[in-house]
Design a protein around this ligand. Structure first.
Ligand code: NAD
Length: 331
């Protein structure tokens, strides 16, 4: 099939090409993000392949449909950036990669926890300046601490298992019970109890209307003073302004983000020669107890291989009308 790949980085092209020998789809790579302005680039393609910050709103989907696109193959798990109602209306099917490496994201969440706790980011700079003092670098034993996991699907459960390996007590919240959590020694509690009891809180639920700003000023007020908050899921799960206030007041003691509400205009690009225009993001960068990575939790070799393999398999299954062979997103 003719596939227009948007938001292409060199690593996307390399991985998709390396798994395309057998399916043999005709891949055209475009660097720009997909939105209503760039959608006409898809003319002549039956499939577009997109990533987390492409904008698949009603306008974009209508243009894609006019250009003859019948399938959108998301090369990610989340699809919060897709207007599913309009996609159904204009006859475009959406497929995704539901699981590529829960380990990649869960391990990155752990990396943020360890880095924040032991101040590795500050120690790195100190040692390079021949400053071997330890003042301000005091951490805590993770062993014995209570970790709250919000969302216990594939990534949340993988993360919970890693935390249990550290000797932590795991409290979980998810409207859907995953028996793995109880089996590994975790306990489901109501969200209020999780906020109140956890020393570390890690978000692993999808972004939906019901989870938008799940961490807001009210939630923060219920958390332990000095709590560590980790978000590797989607930026808008967290009300960034409320979190900044929480950091200023010491209510939040540590913040680790791999995602940010307004990341679409920042992440995955090199702006090192430009003046940062986002004042909220700029404020976040001033805190010594905040670490931000630019949506890289998924970024392991194994995950990129799996993303490429499943994305191409989804497209092949669409081509041969094999509904069971592809991961279709339904409303
Ligand atoms: P999953 O579908 O396996 O699990 C999501 C879980 O969240 C489900 O168990 C669901 O019941 C639960 N959930 C739904 N509503 C909830 C609520 N209100 N409160 C708590 N839990 C709720 O998904 P996954 O593969 O574990 O991925 C989780 C999220 O991680 C994705 O939605 C995506 O946003 C994010 N993600 C981020 C990266 C990254 O690179 N940073 C990579 C992959 C996925």
């Amino acid at each position: 099939m003719k596939v227009a790949v948007f938001s292409t980085k060199p690593y996307d092209e390399a991985h998709l090409r390396s798994f395309n020998a057998d399916p043999g789809h005709e891949l055209t790579f475009f660097e720009p993000r997909l939105n209503a302005r760039t959608a006409p680039l898809a003319a002549g393609h039956e499939v577009v392949c997109c990533f987390v910050n492409d904008i698949l709103d009603a306008d974009t989907l209508r243009i894609l449909a006019q250009e003859g696109v019948r399938l959108v193959a998301m090369r990610c798990a989340g699809f919060n950036n897709v207007d599913l109602g309009t996609a159904a209306e204009v006859g475009i099917e959406i497929v995704r990669v539901p699981e590529y490496s829960p380990h990649a994201v869960a391990e990155h969440a752990v990396a943020l926890i360890l880095d924040l706790n032991r101040n590795i980011h500050r120690a790195y700079n100190r040692v390079r300046e021949h400053d071997y003092s330890l003042n301000g670098l005091l951490g805590f034993d993770l062993h014995g601490k209570t970790v709250g996991v919000v969302g216990t699907g594939k990534i949340g459960a993988t993360f919970a298992r890693l935390m249990i390996g550290f000797g932590c007590r795991v409290l979980a919240y998810d409207p859907r019970i995953n028996p793995e959590i109880e089996a590994m020694g975790g306990h489901y509690v109501e969200l209020e109890a999780l906020w109140a009891e956890a020393d570390v809180i890690s978000l692993h639920c999808p972004l939906m209307e019901s989870t938008h700003h799940i961490v807001d000023a009210q939630a923060i007020s219920k958390m332990k003073r000095g709590v560590m908050l980790i978000n590797t899921s989607r930026g808008a799960l967290v009300d960034t302004r409320a979190v900044i206030e929480g950091l200023k007041q010491g209510e939040i003691g540590y913040l680790g983000l791999d995602v940010y509400e307004e990341e679409a205009d920042l992440f995955f690009e090199d702006f090192s020669n430009q003046v940062l225009q986002d004042d909220v993001f700029a404020r976040l960068l001033t805190f010594p107890n905040v670490i931000i990575t630019g949506h890289q939790a998924f970024f392991t070799r194994e995950a990129l291989d799996a993303i490429a393999r499943v994305t191409l398999a989804n497209i092949s299954a669409f081509e041969r009308d094999d509904a069971a062979g592809r991961y279709t997103v339904t409303l």
